[in-house]
Design a protein. Structure first.
Length: 235
């Protein structure tokens, strides 16, 4: 009996000292949409199911995205140019994006994405064949090598079809204790054949520690468990 009581107390202490984390997803709205990817190539109609009116949040690759359709029928931002996406979320650990390109030559840096924190910033290059590829499986870059890319979270990943890929950008640990103010997407607009990246969606992910049960509550649960064990033994 003493051993069981000691075990319960140890479990209570462990639970009190081990935080439980829960992922919080914040789908972000793109402030500017200047391209309709449904009509950009001959097979673009494959994207139509994502952008029918009214557009509703979609979960792709396990991440919810705020996919949008402007009054003029645009659903993506493509360069050349920069897009600043407001975030204003504290303690962001990583960001998921839907970024592909038009055309593409392997190894070409066709853009970048910068995470602007209240204290620091972090920039990642968009490199054809590494973390970004053509949205159409055809004559240009059809593969990615980065382990942080999930291919074809939407679409068919085979020749002659369209697709959208998801990038998971893991932010440096310093972002855990600051606001992520905004994200800057830069598309250099190199065109055919080097490639021009476009973005359809972005979602900020923060892992927030759940509020632990107070120590007094844990001890009460332990006492109740012990009482139950004693009752069972007497029976």
């Amino acid at each position: 009996m003493k051993n069981k009581f000691s075990l319960i107390i140890m479990l209570s202490a462990l639970t009190a000292s081990t935080p439980i984390f829960a992922s919080t997803y914040t789908p972000l709205s793109l402030p500017t949409l200047n391209t309709d990817i449904r009509t950009y190539t001959s097979a673009g109609s494959e994207f139509a199911p994502l952008f029918t009116q009214p557009v509703t949040p979609n979960t792709l690759g396990g991440t919810p995205f705020d996919l949008q359709l402007s009054a003029s029928g645009n659903n993506a931002f493509i360069g050349p140019g920069s897009l600043v996406i407001p975030v204003n979320v504290y303690g962001v650990d990583n960001v998921d994006t839907l970024i592909n390109s038009i055309y593409g030559t392997t190894g070409t840096t066709t853009g970048s994405i910068t995470f602007n924190g209240s204290v620091s910033s972090y920039t990642v290059d968009l490199i054809e064949g590494d973390n970004v590829r053509d949205h159409f499986y055809g004559n240009y870059v059809n593969t990615t090598s980065s382990p942080d890319v999930t291919q074809a979270v939407f679409g068919i990943n085979s020749p002659g079809n369209e697709h959208l890929d998801m990038q998971n950008f893991i932010l440096p640990s310093v972002f855990n204790t600051q606001m992520l103010d905004s994200i800057t997407f830069d598309s250099y607009g190199y065109g055919n054949p080097l490639g021009t990246p476009f973005i359809v969606g972005a979602t900020a992910v923060s892992n927030v520690a759940a509020t632990p049960l107070p120590a007094s509550g844990l001890l009460m649960l332990s006492a109740l468990a012990l009482t139950g064990i004693i009752g069972l033994r007497r029976r």
